[in-house]
Design a protein around this ligand. Structure first.
Ligand code: SAH
Ligand code: SF4
Ligand code: F3S
Length: 441
């Protein structure tokens, strides 16, 4: 059988999509992690920031030289960059034989067949219905205990800086029956953690039954599969983090006590320009409700620094909201203009690069401090941890994560991957809890 190598860039949705692609092509190709032995290399790409695209351009140049050595090798580009740049990519990047946008993966066998006859082929049509719901993903790169389950695709929010609504198309929810079947099947096959995925999972809505099902309802049904199955989700928009959802997270011990709630900025003026449809006060109110109902919650966020018109005061407001929320962790970015977005069309990218860089540095330094402080508060506490594997740094240690999504290391003993163990935190860094095994209390 021919061999397929897939490289995945970008977000968790892309990781999940690559698993769907592996399944669509399973009759034609088996997966290899060795690019050298591949007959087909697929690059699943991200367009969210310019540097993400530059990295992929560089990779395509490297693959061009690989192709010179093996003229049978086919190279296809998938994902958001295919959608953003479309056919133009095929003329710009000589290494490419075909491209397929995020909703076109069912047509891959045809695209590959055309490409192998020497035709440059592409399909970047976005769909309003495609959710790949009847395709069982092949978890070719997983740990056998944690899996992603896409529950929706696309995004309707049109934050002014963001390319995703253009590359992924309109929001659509996946049939809950297929989600529950997939989660149950995973559990029966030894999986112990599922992450329900979408660009904005908390606007999930399935209307095709007499009773509409929202995200809180869906998550509850997944949680009821087994108390031994952990449920996570990513990512959520602050506008949709309802009381009902917070109460559902609080109610089920196996729904993880971790919420990724991207704030982007602490300044209401900047949030308005970003079209985030909430302000600082609303966001902080949601955070205090979350903390009231789920005191053990860990919060993480995305921060976008140096957006159009951001003043020093706006930047100070971002630093102060970070302190107020006490995020356990954060993904922090400097604003990068994306052609085609509302910000590129209507706003001026007026924060100089050096100022963007300095602000981002301050944000990262503050988060490092907050993460350390947050972890220090866990010293002496006992947590249940799902064992994920042997530590990369030492084969005498294992690692796993708490419900709060914090990585713990502990001495290697009887525990097996997929077991739940109890650990007590003895010390920490900003990124890891150093723990010892204890008996459950
Ligand atoms: N749907 C997710 C975000 C997906 S993109 C959500 O709304 O939570 C992940 C993050 O990339 C965003 O939260 C934002 O912080 C960042 N991002 C998006 N567009 C960007 C841009 N043009 N420049 C820099 N960072 C950007
Ligand atoms: Fe982009 Fe906003 Fe949609 Fe997230 S919610 S994918 S940031 S448009
Ligand atoms: Fe990137 Fe597309 Fe995800 S732009 S962040 S791969 S949705």
């Amino acid at each position: 059988m021919k061999k397929l190598h897939i490289e995945t860039y970008g977000c968790q949705m892309n990781i999940a999509d690559s698993e769907v692609v592996a399944s669509i092509l399973a009759d034609l190709y088996e997966i290899t992690d060795q690019q050298k032995e591949a007959d087909l290399i697929l690059i699943n790409t991200c367009s969210v920031r310019d540097n993400a695209e530059q990295r992929i351009r560089k990779r395509l140049r490297e693959l061009g030289s690989l192709k010179k050595k093996n003229n049978k090798l086919l190279i296809g580009l998938l994902g958001c960059m295919a959608e953003r740049i479309k056919e133009q990519l095929l003329t710009e990047e000589k290494a490419l034989d075909f491209i397929a946008g995020p909703d076109a993966y069912r047509t891959l066998p045809k695209l590959i067949e055309e490409a192998s006859r020497g035709e440059l082929s592409f399909n970047v049509i976005l769909s309003e219905e495609e959710t790949y719901d009847n395709i069982a993903p092949i978890r070719y790169d997983g740990n056998g205990i944690s899996a992603y389950i896409p529950i929706m695709r696309g995004c309707n929010n049109f934050c002014t800086y963001c390319i995703v609504p253009y590359t992924r198309g309109r929001e659509r929810s996946r049939d809950p029956k297929t989600i529950l079947e997939e989660a149950t099947h995973l559990f029966e096959n030894g999986y112990r953690e599922v992450t329900l995925l979408g660009q904005n999972v908390n606007s999930y809505l399935w209307k095709e039954e007499s009773e509409p099902l929202d995200f809180a309802g869906l998550m509850e049904q997944v949680a009821l599969i087994s108390p031994l199955l952990r449920v996570r989700f990513a990512t959520s928009h602050p506008k949709d983090i309802s009381d009902k959802l917070i109460q559902t997270i609080a109610k089920y011990p196996n729904i993880c006590k971790y919420i990724h709630l991207p704030v982007q900025s602490g300044s209401s003026a900047v949030l308005k320009k970003m079209n985030r449809v909430y302000n600082r006060e609303y966001y902080l109110e949601r955070i205090s409700t979350i903390k009231k109902w789920i005191p053990e919650i860990a919060l993480s966020t995305d921060i976008l620094s140096g957006f159009c018109g951001e003043t020093n005061q706006d930047h100070q407001d971002t630093l102060s909201i970070m302190k107020e929320v006490e995020y356990a962790s954060a993904f922090m970015f400097r604003y990068s203009v994306r052609n085609g977005t509302k910000a590129a069309e209507n706003l001026i990218d007026d924060v100089p690069d050096d100022v963007k860089a300095k602000r981002l540095e301050e944000i990262i330094a503050l988060q490092q401090h907050l993460s350390l402080e947050n972890n220090q508060k866990d010293i002496g506490k006992v947590f249940e941890v799902l064992v994920e594997g042997v530590s990369k740094r030492s084969d005498k240690k294992m690692f796993g994560r708490t419900s709060q999504n914090k990585v713990c290391v502990f001495p290697r003993q009887e525990a097996k991957v997929g077991d739940y163990v109890h650990v007590k935190v003895v010390s920490c860094t900003a990124g890891t809890l150093i723990t010892e095994l204890v008996d459950p209390c």
